[in-house]
Design a protein around this ligand. Structure first.
Ligand SMILES: Nc1ncnc2c1ncn2[C@@H]1O[C@H](COP(=O)(O)OP(=O)(O)OP(=O)(O)O)[C@@H](O)[C@H]1O
Ligand SMILES: [Mg+2]
Length: 248
């Protein structure tokens, strides 16, 4: 498999704080890769850096072989990398349809955008039922679906999704992941997803990276890490207390 995204030795600082301290990761075309880590691990910073939203102080980011480090977000979006940010950022007073159109208009071609919306609504039947609703009245899970669908309207090759499970019930989390996997298949998407917990993710992801303290502590195939022990150690550090054992 060829690498669609390659990150090498990436450092990001916020003033005195080193949020990422030399992370390297690779996402192959067609893979679903998860970055798992506790609060403050640097997960959102990593996705923001890949999307051009924060400037790294060192390191390399290559998308489809091209170095994009230091490029503006608009440039990276045109290379067909799309970010679904933490907290979804949908427009609550606009309808579901208007939110989707905004995603499509960013691309420019109206005809294509309408075709894409029609195709996406087959994958997101709940959104079709709610096209005329104000997006703010959707449930949390539906809002997450909308945020993903809107990002897919920009026709990404690589979709970055920051904590899609946040605040959602386990059943809904599974639905979101099933939809993401369906999108991968039908839209030829490659996915890099942040999550705080690996519990429901291991069965959906191909590979995972465990991030803590701005560094990759562990990476591997999800199938090889299913028992959770290695992840727990990486997530909490060695000598983890028993009280934390269910959190990862
Ligand atoms: N804009 C910012 N300015 C200053 N510090 C920041 C900024 N954004 C993040 N940080 C800090 O950088 C570190 C990494 O934060 P980041 O948001 O990337 O972590 P995260 O893994 O996404 O955490 P969470 O699971 O809580 O979303 C944290 O210590 C955080 O407080
Ligand atoms: Mg975050």
């Amino acid at each position: 498999m060829s690498a669609l995204l390659e990150v090498d030795g990436l450092h990001v600082r916020y003033g005195d704080l080193a949020a990422l301290r030399g992370i390297s990761l690779r996402v192959n075309e067609g893979e679903v890769v998860c970055i798992i880590g506790p609060n403050g691990a640097g997960k959102s910073t990593a996705l923001a850096a890949i999307a051009g939203g924060v400037a790294p102080s060192a390191g390399e980011i290559r998308f489809d072989g091209e170095s994009v480090v230091g490029r503006r977000p608009e440039y990276i979006a045109r290379r067909r990398v799309s970010l679904v940010p933490e907290g979804r950022h949908i427009f609550g007073t606009l309808t579901v349809e208007e939110n989707l159109r905004i995603g499509g208009y960013m691309r420019g071609n109206r005809r294509e955008a309408l075709d894409d919306m029609e195709r996406l609504l087959m994958i997101f039947p709940r959104l079709r039922e709610r096209l005329t609703y104000p997006a703010g009245r959707l449930s949390g899970g539906e809002q997450q679906m909308l945020a993903v669908a809107r990002a897919v309207m920009t026709r990404p090759r690589l979709l970055l999704v920051d904590e899609p499970s946040l605040g959602l019930a386990p059943l809904i989390v599974d639905q979101i992941y099933e939809t993401l996997l369906d999108l991968r298949k039908r839209e030829n998407l490659t996915l890099l997803i942040n999550e705080q917990s690996s519990t429901r993710i291991l069965k959906h992801a191909d590979r995972i990276y465990v991030l803590r303290g701005g560094q990759v502590q562990l990476d591997g195939r999800a199938a090889d890490l299913r028992d959770g022990e290695a992840i727990k150690h990486a997530y909490f550090g060695f000598g983890a207390s028993q009280t934390t054992e269910t959190a990862a």
